[in-house]
Write a protein that binds this ligand. Structure first.
Ligand SMILES: Cc1ncc(C[n+]2csc(CCOP(=O)(O)OP(=O)(O)O)c2C)c(N)n1
Ligand SMILES: [Mg+2]
Length: 627
């Protein structure tokens, strides 16, 4: 077949599929023959379409022009949407954010080599946060005629496959007719019921245009809903432990999303309190009397208190990352653990554990049925445990309120009074809540202050990438506001360090109609690390520079971006956010923020962490506790 034949048949095929309303209906209505002469690239796009992947975040290169040509035709027919970007890390973040906020699947397409490596690096985000994302990477030619430019320069086979396979599941389409298996493997990862993740489909450059004669479309896997059931057994034992324990803490992790009602009832029946992981914020309403907010190495007064004093720990869908449990030292008094988890490894994390392996909500429902059969746990309302915890929560709220009532401090670097980061975040988070704006948080002090400040009443308005804490995620995530079927307005809380990792969004956001605001909290440094250096060694080192950047001029130089000074008061910041919101597109609000030793400038640290020169002590405590 000539290229002209391939192209004309492709255009006709895409047109028929679009007219029929999708591949499934085109096949069912017999509008398209079951067997087609198509290239591997087109079969991949068709296969992904059948799995409801219609959005592509791309940085094409010589390693992916053939896939690009197919996408050109399919976009022309209205079947897919291609969002061409300037950085693969940004592309990956946007795809992850789209999946996270809207549930919509997307694919990231890159060239071979450096482009793919950038996307692979950023895919630590969906790998850590459990988000299903497809990655299509150009790969070296299969005939091995000689080293390909941008391949890993060693005379060995499948090096990219090996590299990607460390991060997640990967498949090289070395043999085009293995496509259906490759797509099914991808489906099993991207649509995994409780721990989805990145899937890397490696497309050798000479295989992409390979013609599959008479390819049977029936081989392309259909879209399916994968669900998991409740855990089997163990409920009577779990209920007995819960009824016997005086002090119960429930760790609410990302796997608990969707189980708000069940957790609420569990807290009541168990007379427990919740400590909520930042990425599950709102699963327990902030105002709930039993919510001790966040806990861990940064933590909170009340969250860390509850963890330290509890005797029974109930984990719901958490991986127990070091930040969340002070590197295994947070639960000093815990004697027993009930771990409700989809993942066996995560469920067995602590000793003395009763693992309940299954879907969190369905398992909780069964546990609740068991618990309802027992007499009420505490006659006193509130119980001693709840009273002690709520006292701490009150202390925490007072501590925060004091900071909010001193929102401005004199800053040595800015040489003027500026807003503190906690105050600026509080003002903007409250503003976002009123406007129903989705909040994204970047890494650093911005993130830590953010999860200490945010007061969500329900899940789904804050997305803080605490899984990998990848600087530049929040600003790139703004691309998700316009990329999918569900449009929304986003506010990206970003530090000066994080923003400068992915400033491409200023251009790409305009090009693709992003609706959102970058709230740039500029303390002229990577403060989270300066803070760690000071706390550990008494000296800051190489975490700031002396370059004064005019972010307003930078953002304002891009036509379509509205750049606004955020001022140094609540009123000025709200006025700037209102103006940004009224702008139908992307804006950047620049807020100089305080960095320094004044305790009113920060929200404190309450836990331990196995990093720097804290390791010896933290590790020794972990072994003393022995959990
Ligand atoms: C891509 C990436 N590189 C390095 C880090 C390590 N790191 C975590 S926070 C941080 C500094 C963040 O600075 P900024 O965004 O300005 O926020 P601030 O702490 O100043 O509020 C660094 C370097 C990271 N999380 N991600
Ligand atoms: Mg900073």
């Amino acid at each position: 077949m000539t290229f002209e034949d391939i192209l004309s048949q492709r255009i006709a095929r895409a047109g028929v599929i679009a007219k029929a309303g999708g591949l499934e209906s085109a096949i069912e209505a017999g509008l398209i023959a079951g067997r087609q002469d198509i290239t591997l690239s087109e079969a991949v796009v068709l296969g992904l379409l059948r799995q409801d992947v219609r959005t592509y975040f791309t940085v094409f290169g010589h390693g992916s022009t053939d896939v690009g040509e197919v996408l050109r035709v399919y976009q022309g027919a209205g079947l897919v949407k291609v969002i061409n970007l300037r950085n693969e890390i940004e592309a990956s973040h946007a795809a992850a954010a789209l999946r996270w906020v809207s549930g919509e699947k997307a694919a990231v397409v890159t060239s071979i080599g450096p482009g793919a490596m950038q996307a692979l690096s950023a895919s630590i985000v969906p790998a850590s946060d459990g988000l299903g994302v497809w990655y299509l990477f150009g790969d070296e030619t299969t005939e091995d005629e000689g080293p390909n430019m941008q391949q890993i320069p060693r005379p060995e086979q499948e090096l990219f496959l090996r590299l990607c396979s460390v991060m997640g599941k990967a498949y090289t389409l070395h043999t085009p007719l293995a496509l259906s298996t490759a797509l099914r493997r991808g489906q099993a990862t991207v649509d995994h019921p409780y721990r989805s993740g990145p899937f890397y489909l490696l497309l050798p450059m000479n295989m992409q245009p390979a013609l599959l004669e008479g390819f049977n479309l029936a081989e392309l896997p259909r879209d399916v809903q994968l669900v998991m059931g409740a855990a089997e057994g163990g409920y009577a034992q779990a209920a007995k432990w819960i009824m016997e324990a005086k002090k119960v803490v429930v760790r609410v992790g990302g796997g608990a999303v969707g189980a708000s009602n069940e957790i609420k009832e569990l807290l009541g029946l168990a007379d427990g309190v919740a400590v909520v992981s930042p990425l599950a914020g709102g699963v327990v309403p902030y105002s709930d009397i039993r919510n001790m907010t966040v806990g861990g190495s940064k933590g909170s007064l009340c969250g860390n208190y509850a963890m330290e004093k509890a005797e029974l720990l109930i984990v719901v869908g958490s991986r127990s990352v070091c930040q969340s449990d002070c590197s295994r030292t947070a639960y000093a008094g815990v004697k027993k653990v009930i771990n409700i988890n989809g993942e066996i490894d995560a469920a067995l994390h602590y000793n003395n554990t009763l693992p309940l392996i299954g879907d969190a909500r369905l398992t909780l429902l069964k546990l609740l049925t068991e618990l309802r059969g027992h007499p009420a746990k505490s006659k006193k309302v509130p119980s001693e445990w709840l009273k002690a915890c709520t006292d701490k929560r009150r202390e925490w709220e007072a501590f925060k309120a004091e900071r909010y009532s001193h929102p401005v401090l004199y800053d040595d670097t800015w040489q003027k009074p500026v807003l503190t980061q906690p105050a600026a975040i509080k003002i903007a988070a409250d503003w976002a809540q009123k406007k129903d704006v989705v909040k994204f948080f970047d890494a650093g002090d911005v993130q830590a202050n953010g999860f200490q400040v945010v007061e969500d009443e329900s899940y789904g308005t804050t997305f803080t990438e605490t899984g990998a804490s990848y600087m530049g995620f929040a600003v790139s995530a703004l691309l998700a506001t316009s990329a999918g079927r569900h449009k929304f307005y986003g506010l990206a809380f970003s530090g000066d360090g994080s923003f400068t990792m992915n400033p491409q969004v200023l251009i790409d956001g305009v090009q693709h109609g992003a609706r959102g605001c970058i709230l740039l909290l500029d303390n002229r440094r990577m403060a989270a690390i300066s803070g760690l250096q000071l706390a550990q060694y008494g000296s800051e080192f190489a975490t700031s520079d002396s370059v004064n950047v005019d972010y307003l001029a930078w953002a304002g130089s891009i036509k379509g971006v509205l750049a606004l000074p955020g001022g140094s008061s609540k009123e000025e910041l709200i006025a700037a956010l209102d103006k940004a919101y009224a702008h139908d597109g992307l804006s950047l609000v620049h807020v100089p923020v305080y960095y320094g030793a004044d305790p009113l400038g920060g929200l404190g640290v309450y836990g331990r962490w196995n990093v720097g020169n804290w390791c010896a002590e933290t590790q020794s405590l972990r072994h003393d506790i022995g959990l």
